[in-house]
Design a protein around this ligand. Structure first.
Ligand SMILES: *Cc1c(COP(=O)(O)O)cnc(C)c1O
Length: 391
């Protein structure tokens, strides 16, 4: 018996609100079951056609200029941090670290013995710093959307930067869900298990001619680059609609499926509007609520795909545990941030009406927990441990 039983009429149709891995729609799961592509060679036509379809649909979704390329490889965004360390930073980079992921990339670069110490700009959690043109910097890097904090940063060229300095943007939890002028970046890369409703294990990179030239320049310099992280190999293989080593084919399939769904519904503008609708239902509620507040206070920096909400007077872990018992999953705050917070994904695959239902469920749970707490206080006994809910 659950500690708090949420009435059926309040429950969302799908309880997956995690920020990654994220909800893969049931239609996509069923489509995979009906497909003959899993368990077949990635060097044969069916899988290569799948890769070709993903690349073509990304070109369309992101309105890619003709001279930009869609490159892909195995290993996810974290692997791409290393690929970029080996193959895109010439000597010295600047990183914006306003959460877990930007900091991780900075750390990868800082550890590379063939690169100079990077500049790392930080800011208070819940905000973001801006890039600053700096002498000797050949790559500027930040996340479009910091999945750990729910802060969104603009994608734009750095005023005063050297002409050949690259802009490297991690779009993992933003790609296909937020407005993007891809020409403001040289590499816009992402893994598909967040905003793109797929599973993990792949990275995609939308690369400008300047980025391709940098890859070629560094490869020609004789720098040692392990094959797994070698962007020249990734480029060569991508142009043939394949990957250097075996890709997770289901992830390719679901990425393709989601891209088609987005394009059929109206493409990026439709997707952007849907995420803004979903996220504003949460921000609007939190602003009205007497126990919830948006963690990111500047509306201009509030993510439309990962919403972080601070709670007061009620334990977020208890709320999340009670929701979990009712099939509403993964709304816990990011561990590293250590706040009394809920983090809720509002990716395109998540139905805005389910977000409204989630809000009703949170209110219900908080009310029940508060009543229980009051009752417990009156009786003078200790509150039951909510981290280990009763069976
Ligand atoms: C999840 C995430 C990553 C890491 O992705 P993996 O595929 O797990 O390596 C990197 N950057 C951002 C912004 C993310 O949200």
């Amino acid at each position: 018996m659950a500690l708090v039983q949420i009435p059926k009429k309040l429950l969302p149709s799908d309880g997956r609100f995690g920020s990654g891995p994220s909800k893969v729609p049931h239609a996509a799961l069923e489509a995979l079951a009906g497909s003959a592509v899993i368990g077949t060679s990635h060097r044969q036509a069916p899988v290569r056609e799948l890769v070709g379809s993903v690349r073509a649909q990304m070109r369309e979704l992101f309105s890619l200029p003709d001279d930009y390329e869609v490159v892909l490889g195995v290993g996810g965004s974290t692997a791409f941090f290393d690929a970029a360390t080996f193959g895109l930073v010439r000597e010295r980079s600047q990183h914006l670290a306003f959460g877990e992921f930007g900091a991780k990339f900075a750390k990868a670069v800082a550890g590379a013995p063939f690169l100079d110490e990077p500049t790392v700009l930080r800011s208070e959690p819940g905000t973001h710093p801006d890039p600053v043109a700096e002498e000797g910097i050949d790559a500027y890097a930040w996340a479009h959307n910091e999945t750990s904090t729910g802060v969104m940063a603009p994608v734009r060229r750095v005023d005063g930067a050297a002409d050949d300095a690259l802009v490297l943007i991690d779009g993992t939890s933003a790609a296909g869900a937020t407005p993007l002028d891809v020409t403001q970046s040289d590499v816009y890369y992402f893994a598909p298990q967040k905003a793109l409703a797929s599973d993990a294990g792949l990275w995609f990179a939308l690369m400008s001619p300047a980025a391709v030239a940098r890859v070629e320049e560094i490869a020609a310099s004789g720098r040692w680059i392990p094959a797994f992280f070698d962007l020249t190999l990734a480029l060569e293989n991508s142009r043939k609609d394949q990957t250097h080593n075996t890709p997770p084919v289901a992830s390719l399939f679901w990425t393709d499926h989601q891209l088609r769904w987005l394009l059929d519904n109206g493409g990026l503008p439709w997707s952007v509007a849907r995420c803004e609708d979903s996220s504003s239902r949460l921000y609007g509620w939190a602003e009205q609520s007497d126990y919830a507040t948006p963690f990111v206070s500047d509306p201009g920096k509030q993510s439309s795909t990962v919403v972080t909400i601070d709670l007061e007077g009620v334990e977020a872990a208890a709320v999340s545990a009670a929701l979990r018992e009712n099939g509403i999953l993964d709304v816990d705050g990011y561990r590293g941030l250590g706040r009394n917070q809920l983090r809720i994904a509002t990716f395109p695959a998540i139905d805005p009406d389910d977000v409204s239902q989630l809000v009703r469920c949170i209110d219900h749970v908080v009310e029940k927990l508060s009543v229980e707490k009051l009752g417990v206080e009156k009786l003078g006994v200790e509150k039951r441990g909510v981290d280990h809910p009763a069976e």
